[in-house]
Design a protein around this ligand. Structure first.
Ligand code: PMP
Length: 459
């Protein structure tokens, strides 16, 4: 190996210069860069170091991509091995030993009842491309075109995925209620709320006058991520499986964000024990490099050659990094670890809520955790009444976190859910440091006298 170049010395001027040039040259549509004005130059595990020399605990993890954190040794080793072997780095969708190893490892992690009779399609490298592939697959297999998707869903930014996410688009999508305890659309929450949501879905499909023709498929996230960390109850997942199975509607589980141990099971569908017809996988399966696939029941494999093509479907480095990541998570029981630590973090955050009236709700599954920020002044004290979301305060919390060296993301309908997506390798001590910094940030944001802006001027 060549000697590693020393990282540049910390420099506030370099940091500011880069950020300034970014603001001049990059698109108005840039996202994370606006709320997180940092310039990462080095990273390891949970920690990122900026060009200004500041260090941060990264609980965004590449939007949930970095199951093993930054630059995990097994990932780096796998990448180096491919480079040193002289293997081609780009091969379209041709077979290679690296790809073969990836598929073998991926299938070994999937529920056996699914993997035993599954096919895989390598897609363009983003999650959204795999979502589009899933839609094409079920349309070709059923000869139908409409889709069922849920309130609060996020599936990506290309036309079909965006339409399924509740954005604009000319794809016919029927939107169904996703069960949620907090802000339950039926005002009930709990099991009764989930039962009512399922009943609504069923009646819509069976009512000949509901205006919903037989759909090509139903897409759901076992835990909604961008929608504000909403875990689907296991019983509701099983009900969705029954409802779709009884009506021959393919069920697509979007595990782009929930996969690879994140929620406390290797795949989040395992919590409910359901077997979907299609799984959409991306983010962590590439071990920090871009990779996206769909895996589906072989019976659905009726589409034509070239039905979903793309140049970048053969990223060998991503496959090697992904194989190493999947194997490491499996061999080290990191899914179980995420479940145990996640429960502990949720308990700590729930106990914080007693001192912080701006915490409206704490929810999550495994290391996919959300804290919903509400307006403490309109929340009647001592009650569980749902106060209005407070986007301005949520931004203040995110900024106060950053000042304390903690990177968090905001999500949810009103961007008021502080999201924690730490790597599965986070230690107990680091988890405590994350909670402590968040608690400090909440207190500082609550104290801030200037946090209010006129309605409409938020973000
Ligand atoms: N599905 C889910 C559940 C996601 O969370 C995301 C990204 N956050 C996507 C699909 C789209 O993935 P990508 O951004 O890689 O297109």
């Amino acid at each position: 190996m060549a000697v590693t170049e020393p990282a540049p010395a910390p420099s506030l001027a370099a940091h500011e210069g880069i950020l300034h040039r970014q603001s001049l040259r990059e698109s108005a549509a840039r996202t994370y860069a606006r709320s997180l004005p940092i310039v990462p130059v080095r990273a390891r595990g949970l920690t990122i170091e900026g060009a200004d020399g500041r260090r941060y605990l990264d609980c965004l993890s590449g939007a949930g991509t970095l199951a093993l954190g930054h630059n995990h040794p097994v990932v780096l080793e796998a990448i180096k091995k491919v480079i040193d072997s002289g293997a081609p780095l780009h091969v379209l969708d041709l077979a290679t030993p690296v790809k073969d190893a990836f598929t073998t490892e991926l299938f070994a992690t999937l529920p056996a009842r699914f993997a035993d009779d599954a096919r895989i399609q390598f897609c363009g490298p983003a999650g959204t491309d795999a979502v589009e592939a899933a839609f094409k697959l079920v349309r070709a297999a059923t000869g139908r075109s409409g889709l069922l998707a849920f309130t609060g869903a996020y599936h990506g930014m290309t036309a079909g995925a965006l339409a399924a996410s509740g954005g604009a688009g000319d794809v016919r999508v029927t939107r169904l209620p996703f069960p949620q305890d907090y802000r339950c659309p039926f005002g009930i929450g709990g099991e009764a709320g989930a039962r009512t949501a399922a009943r609504w879905t069923e009646s819509l499909l069976d009512d000949p006058k509901s205006g919903t023709p037989a759909p090509a498929g139903m897409i759901l996230e076992p835990v909604q991520g961008e929608g504000g960390v909403n875990p689907a109850p296991d019983g509701w997942m099983r009900r969705m499986r029954e409802i779709t199975e009884d009506r021959s509607i393919p069920l697509i589980a979007d595990e782009v964000q929930t996969g690879v141990g994140r929620t406390g099971a290797f795949w989040a569908v395992e919590h409910s024990g359901i077997v979907p017809d299609v799984m959409v996988l991306s983010k962590a399966i590439g071990g920090s490099l871009p990779l996206a696939v769909i895996v589906y029941r072989s019976e659905l494999d009726t589409w034509q050659p070239g039905a979903h093509a793309g140049t970048f479907r053969g990223n060998q480095l991503a496959m090697a990094a992904g194989t190493a990541t999947l194997a490491h998570v499996r061999e080290n029981g990191l899914a179980e670890r995420a479940g145990v630590l996640g429960d502990r973090m949720l308990a700590s955050l729930r106990s914080l809520a007693a001192d912080h009236p701006c915490i409206g709700d704490v929810r999550g599954r495994g290391l996919m955790i959300g804290v919903e920020v509400v307006d403490p002044e309109t929340r009647p004290s001592g009650t569980d009444t749902e106060a209005p979301p407070d986007p301005v305060l949520a931004v203040a919390v995110q900024q106060e976190c950053l000042r304390r060296g903690l990177i968090v993301e905001l999500g949810g309908r009103h961007s008021t859910v502080v999201r924690l997506l730490p790597p599965l390798t986070i230690t107990d001590e680091q988890a405590t440091a994350v909670i402590d910094r968040l608690a400090d940030a909440l207190a500082a944001a609550e104290r801030s006298p200037h946090r209010r802006t006129p309605t409409g001027s938020i973000r």
